[in-house]
Design a protein around this ligand. Sequence first.
Ligand code: NAP
Length: 483
Amino acid sequence: MAEDMKTPLLSDSEGPADALPVCLTSPTVAILGSGDFSRSLAVRLVASGVRVVVGSRCVNRIPSGLFPDAVGLRNQEGAVSQAVCLVFMALFPEHYRSLLGLQSALAGKVLVDVSNAAEMNIHGTSNAERLAELFPDSQVVKGFNTVSTWELQTGAHDGSRQVLICSNSTEGKKKVVQLARQMGFHPVDMGGLSAARKIEAAPLRLFPSWSGPVVVTFLLFLFFYGYGFLRGILLPFLAQGHNAFYRLTLDLVNESLPAVALVTLALVYFPGLFAAWLQLWRGTKYRRFPSWLDNWLQRRKQLGLLSFLCAALHGVYSLCLPLRRITLHRTVNTAYRQVNAGAEELWDELGVWRSELYLSCGVLGLGVLSLLAITSLPSVGNTLNWREFTFVQSGLGYIALTLSIMHTLFFGWDFAFHIEAYPFYMPPSYLLAVALPCVVLLCRCVLLLPCILTRLTRIRRGWESKRNCPVLQHHHVVANEIP
Ligand code: NAP
């Protein structure tokens, strides 16, 4: 027992390094460059029990305390000579040439290129491939560029843990993968060095899958807002001098948002139906969809989330309506009119039912949409199996669409059949908004008819109609050729 107590629970500074799986002969990892990335990388490596030496052009210029005490500071040659295996190139690619003097010292070592592309869509050779050309005797591995300095320092607890890695050297890649794991990251093997250009451009991408859905949603909002402005504000003002410009900030926005939410939700389910009808018409699932349909299908999640955003905003705006001064004025004016008319009780049974029904459908629709939004989060979606995910996204999705349509129809009630609902021959915006969702729901119902659903299910399980099946046609030709 007394002997046990002499053994430290935490090993000394040499201890963790002895246990390192990376490069057992000399676990020291070198980082060339003493900038922001180098500092964060060094902090993370030291925290992971790796010995680190930083190579700088001018060691004296590094302020004391910038790097952890455990990090050795050397000139570039000194750092490279201490690292047997791995050297991180934490400098900008335009400065790689300044290291050509170290070619022989770097020979046989793994050079980790952490640089990002300077701009999107650059063609030609990647930084990593250029580095490999400059140092042909070293093994170049691309990696860690998708990790920011902040993520490097907090990686194991927060932020993205994925580290994309590629290289033509299997050995080099293995070492970097091992080190990334030791640092608490999830290395993702992206293949050979030719993937480097894509990896280098990855940090520059700005919500690539969101641009289309955001533009569509914005255009829809502009359309409904502009339409409402023309129909409810500008034309009445020009024709009757009726001033309703106060509606621009709240009323009109709240009128446009549910219309956008409804159409966007219909746009989530429309491409799936279109794809199903296309498969039925073609009699096969083995012919590719046109690229625009493919793109649309891949953006359904974003469209759904934007629809949820508009619906949620509509909910908040609607809750704010009674707080407005105009509501107070209207209530008092109605009360005055009622007193003047001698009426004691204002009760409109149908009106009450209408408002109860449309509010109830709206709240339920928003609730189901919230469920859809939550399950589209990767952390939640990953816990569902395929059937559960399909049930939520498709089954509950159509329920949300149905409830939203009912919310709109109850709101519209029978007003759509009154001539006053069409000032200047323009129908109300909710009538325009409900058209596409109704078509989507109808098409879905038709697809559920047993005769159609059976054929579609067979096609999706690999069955092909005779006119489309190349294998059957081949057999037919061969059979005809046999004398
Ligand atoms: P930085 O702060 O400007 O550091 C670059 C370092 O390069 C300098 O401190 C300098 O260190 C060294 N260097 C070596 N030769 C040089 C030369 N001829 N001229 C100028 N400097 C030279 O840049 P950084 O933010 O650390 O970025 C370094 C690399 O990491 C870049 O390729 C970048 O794309 C990549 N990266 C950065 C981040 C980030 O969040 N910052 C994230 C991912 C990837 P010495 O003076 O000590 O030699």
